[in-house]
Design a protein around this ligand. Structure first.
Ligand SMILES: Nc1ncnc2c1ncn2[C@@H]1O[C@H](COP(=O)(O)OP(=O)(O)OP(=O)(O)O)[C@@H](O)[C@H]1O
Length: 320
């Protein structure tokens, strides 16, 4: 089993501390989502793991060894960092054949990964004629070439159409099921929630969270209950009498009750004889949880996003 271990990792570029005493492990058999605002240090961390940059201090290892000390790196770690990495004047097949030859990977793997990436029909075309989505697929094909135990993908869904996004999601799930170690950075929260089992979240180069996906959401977003009655005013008064703070959704929608459980709300209403038309637990989303956590750790924030992040937090506070 091959883990990625990052220990007390620090990287400074002049006065900028891009990565700040970072410690975490990426375990095999699950997809770990790597999140953080722009400039949080995700790409730098991936580059340090891949030996593309030298740390100022600390270590990053794969299976206990530095990437640069691996015998056949491409057969142990597959990475997608920059979809523009392939030379534009080469065909996709020639690009993969060159990579295979320099890493002692059998040439037949090239056709296998082209097929896996859905590029077989266009493998003879020059890469410069490829769309961003096709380049992303080629980058994923290159990452898979050495059949590696560890995969690190930086924004693999970037520029992909909906069908390709589903392809990436299912591919990552399968790679994790096969027991591989999969680290994926993304800015797309719904997307990350659909494939990640575990999350590592950075802010300003530091570790903000290292938790299973659901636990991360639960620690950031209070549980809520949605409830609707034929007499919402009576229901609201009843719940207030029991110490809850129900909030009416806009346009006379149902009531939202923070810090509440379905069974408790249902029992209170039944005892008082208030008819219930709808009663449901409302799950927090990864986006809410992420915004609540990272609002203070955003390096580049427009006034508008800062407002919406604090609005999410305020609405959460209001429901408490
Ligand atoms: N080669 C470099 N020289 C100088 N500063 C750098 C270099 N690479 C990264 N940085 C700085 O380090 C910080 C972390 O950048 P990094 O690209 O790792 O963040 P990120 O989390 O990947 O961001 P994004 O989500 O925008 O890709 C930023 O402040 C960035 O400007």
């Amino acid at each position: 089993m091959t883990r990625i271990d990052v220990h007390e990792l620090t990287k400074e570029y002049g006065a900028t501390r891009a990565v700040d005493r970072l410690t975490f492990a990426v375990e095999p058999g699950r997809v770990t989502g790597f999140l953080g605002p722009n400039g949080a240090g995700k790409s730098t961390t991936m580059r340090l793991v891949l030996g593309l940059d030298r740390p100022t201090s600390g270590t990053a290892t794969v299976g206990g060894r530095a990437y640069t000390a691996l015998d056949a790196p491409l057969r142990q770690v597959g990475a997608l960092l920059d979809p523009q990495a392939a030379h534009g004047s080469r065909t996709a097949r020639a690009h993969l054949l060159a990579l295979a030859a320099s890493n002692r990977i059998p040439a037949r793997r090239v056709d296998e990964v082209l097929d896996e990436a859905g590029l077989s029909a266009v493998a003879g075309r020059r890469v410069k004629s490829y769309s961003l989505g096709m380049r992303q697929r080629l980058g994923v094909a290159a990452a898979l070439l050495g059949d590696p135990a560890v995969l690190m993908l930086d924004e693999p869904s970037n520029g992909l159409d909906p069908e390709s996004i589903i392809w990436v999601r299912e591919l990552m799930r399968r790679l994790a099921r096969e027991g591989r170690t999969v680290l994926v950075s993304s800015h797309l929260m719904n997307e990350t929630a659909s494939f990640a089992d575990h999350l590592v979240v950075l802010g300003r180069g530091r570790l903000l969270a290292d938790l299973p996906l659901q636990e991360f959401i639960d620690t950031q977003v209070q549980p809520r209950v949605r409830v609707r009655s034929s007499d919402d005013s009576a229901l609201a008064a009843l719940l207030e009498g029991h110490g809850y703070r129900p909030v009416r959704e806009p346009d006379s929608g149902p009531l939202t009750v923070a810090d509440a459980r379905v069974a408790d709300i249902g029992r209170i209403a039944a005892r008082a004889g208030v008819p219930i038309l709808e009663l449901a637990a409302q799950e927090g989303t990864l986006e809410e949880a992420y915004l609540a956590l990272t609002a203070d750790a955003v390096e580049y924030t427009s006034a508008r996003t800062a407002d919406s992040a604090s609005a999410v937090r305020e609405s959460q506070e209001a429901r408490r």
